[in-house]
Design a protein around this ligand. Structure first.
Ligand code: GDP
Ligand code: CA
Length: 339
């Protein structure tokens, strides 16, 4: 089974760890968000790629959900002692090493996709992790504060300001020029099913969908998404502030409508959101909170089972003459027909 999954940071990484647990023999390609990437102290930092890599590779700080476990912060303290800014972005000593290696390789001329593959050679995440694009794109947020109306890097709005200032606009700088990284469209074309984990619909999934050709490629596949919104609120973090910025209510229904029936074939919501419905999309209610590995694996299994069912021609194109879906597949259909 070939599975493609998009991914942001924490929500994506935890879902993927569940997916690997429940479908260990599948071939999983992860298209990672790089809109959150930022250059700090001369180093290129890719928070979402690293969260996926560390989580699946066993190096994550479990309590935080990002950064390295058994981390120390000597370099950060020393930088602060020099008064070097920014001091609001937490980089630990072990994490610094990743960014040093990445920056060295980028400076030597390797594309980000090759650098990511090299970093994953150490972490062995069990999936093929590809950045959405080798081209530099960055999410910027337009805000108004005492310094006037201006655009700040997404990380400054998210981490320093904790999204407390309303986002007037969220822009992916460089989106017009960016093309998918090598392997992205090929993996989508070869995929049996595509999964959208409960990552941020605006600045994680929404960002990846802005890269030329990715949304169109996904629209041709069977796609099942998991709602990051439960009972009108994000499960973790401040995704509501991002949705508000693009005029979308913080509900599982509105996020489904944002993705739309051309993209999504199936949508998993929490039991309290069981009323969600949209023409052309199958909706199922499931426990949606990933408390631990077991609940993450059960959620991933539910998404995968739904996707496999929707991808099967017998159940997805019923006609009055069809045998019931539980029966063995029709034999009057030649291979490939109705796919
Ligand atoms: P980030 O880049 O670290 O912000 O992570 P992602 O974009 O991958 O995911 C953030 C989203 O994951 C938030 O909108 C959360 O609501 C959602 N999320 C986090 N944990 C869970 C969970 O256990 N269940 C569900 N359904 N969503 C979750
Ligand atoms: Ca992120």
């Amino acid at each position: 089974m070939r599975i493609v999954s998009l991914a942001g940071g924490i929500g994506g990484a935890r879902f993927l760890r569940g997916l690997l647990t429940t479908a260990p023999d599948s071939e999983i390609t992860v298209i990672g968000n790089t809109g959150d990437d930022i250059s700090l102290f001369g180093l290129r930092v890719c928070p979402d790629l690293d969260t996926v890599m560390y989580t699946l590779g066993g190096g994550i700080n479990e309590e935080q959900g990002w950064g390295r476990r058994e981390e120390s912060h000597v370099v950060k303290e020393e930088l602060a002692a020099y008064g070097v800014e920014p001091q609001w972005f937490g980089l630990g000593d072990r994490d610094f090493a990743t960014h040093i290696v990445r920056t060295q390789m980028l400076d030597a001329g390797y594309p980000l996709s090759a650098v990511t593959e090299a970093l994953c050679a150490r972490w062995q995440p069990g999936v093929r992790l590809i950045p959405m694009s080798d081209d530099r794109t960055e999410t910027h947020v337009v805000i108004s504060d005492e310094r006037g109306r201006r655009a700040v890097h997404f990380q400054e709005w998210w981490v320093r300001l904790r999204a407390s200032v309303p986002a007037e606009q969220i822009i992916l700088v460089g989106a017009d020029q960016a093309v998918p990284a090598p392997g992205v469209l090929e993996a989508v074309a070869a995929a049996d099913v595509v999964l959208l984990p409960p990552s941020n619909p605006v600045v994680s999934i929404g960002t990846i969908l802005q890269i030329k050709g990715i949304r169109e490629a996904l629209e041709g596949k069977t796609v099942v998404g998991v709602s990051p919104i439960v009972g009108g609120a994000p499960v973790r973090g401040m995704a509501d502030a991002c949705l508000t910025a693009i005029g979308v209510p913080t509900t599982a229904q509105a996020v489904l409508e944002l993705y739309g029936p051309a993209l999504v074939d199936g949508w998993l919501v929490a039991e309290e959101d069981a009323g969600v419905a949209l023409d052309g999309v199958e909706v199922e209610a499931r426990p949606l909170i990933m408390h631990d590995l077991d609940s993450a694996a059960a959620l991933a299994r539910a998404a995968l089972d739904m996707a496999v069912r929707l991808a099967s021609p017998v159940t997805s194109t019923p006609s009055p003459t069809d045998t019931p879906a539980t029966d063995t597949p029709r034999t009057d259909v030649s291979p490939g027909e109705g796919a």
